[in-house]
Design a binder for this molecule. Structure first.
Ligand SMILES: [Zn+2]
Ligand SMILES: [Zn+2]
Length: 239
């Protein structure tokens, strides 16, 4: 290993032995502190590099982690696997350990929803969007009522894929009214298409289960098909 000459830390002014030609500070702690501004309102603003979601990032033992995560680990304690560090102050750049807590992904989503915080513009706030939040809600409502996607697309003067991705929640995630029934309708349609494709095998299996004494309800649940549809398939198979 190459030995570097001792130098003075840019931040705390102590003497240290650098581990690389470019290291100008003695520790991760000094690198962290040199990039933090402590504001009067209590937030510690990270002035170093930030990722695309607006969170600061730091190198710790060779890997890149969130500056807020570094702060939590350093000042508070461990972050268990599957847990993430959340902000109570709604400021992604803040690294004040007093404004941080741990929780899981679910807590984070709830948090975001409660505060209506979005880490990136979504829906009509997004400059490139062709639709308003209102029209997306209408689209979802119509889809939930079973209207054909192409006709919805025509009405709103967009592509069918735009409608579909709103239903599948690839886009417009922030509009959550009317969404679940639209998605349920989509799922059922997709499943029906699948059934038509593999109908013979499916129906045979269903028949076998029912003749083996399994309750219709259970078979429906297994194949996630409505009772009405199941009866239809079975009667067609008999005919
Ligand atoms: Zn130092
Ligand atoms: Zn804060």
């Amino acid at each position: 290993m190459v030995k570097f000459k001792k130098r003075t830390c840019d931040h705390c002014k102590c003497d240290f032995t650098p581990t690389g030609a470019k290291s100008v500070m003695c520790s991760a702690m000094c690198r962290f502190n040199s990039k933090v501004i402590r504001h009067k309102d209590g937030c510690w603003e990270w002035t170093g590099s930030v990722n695309s979601s607006g969170y600061g990032s730091v190198f710790l033992n060779g890997s890149l982690i969130g500056a807020h995560v570094f702060s939590y680990i350093t000042f508070v304690g461990k972050v268990a696997a599957g847990q993430m560090v959340l902000h109570s102050c709604d400021n992604p750049k803040c690294v004040n350990p007093k404004h941080l807590s741990v929780g899981n992904q679910k807590d984070n989503m709830k948090d975001m929803k409660d505060r209506n915080r979005r880490s990136y513009p979504c829906g009509q706030d997004c400059k490139t969007s062709k639709l308003s939040d209102d029209s997306v809600a209408q689209i979802l409502e119509r889809a939930g009522n079973g209207e054909c996607l192409q006709s919805i697309a025509n009405t709103f003067n967009v592509d069918r894929t735009t409608v579909l991705s709103a239903i599948k929640r690839n886009t417009w995630k922030c509009v959550d009214v009317n969404w679940s029934s639209a998605f349920e309708m989509y799922r059922q349609r997709k499943f029906r298409r699948l059934l038509l494709k593999h109908k013979r095998e499916f129906v045979q299996e269903m028949q076998e289960m029912i003749s083996n004494g399994m309750a219709t309800k259970c078979v429906c649940r297994l194949f996630s098909v409505e009772p009405r549809l199941l009866r239809k398939f079975l009667s067609e198979a008999v005919a």
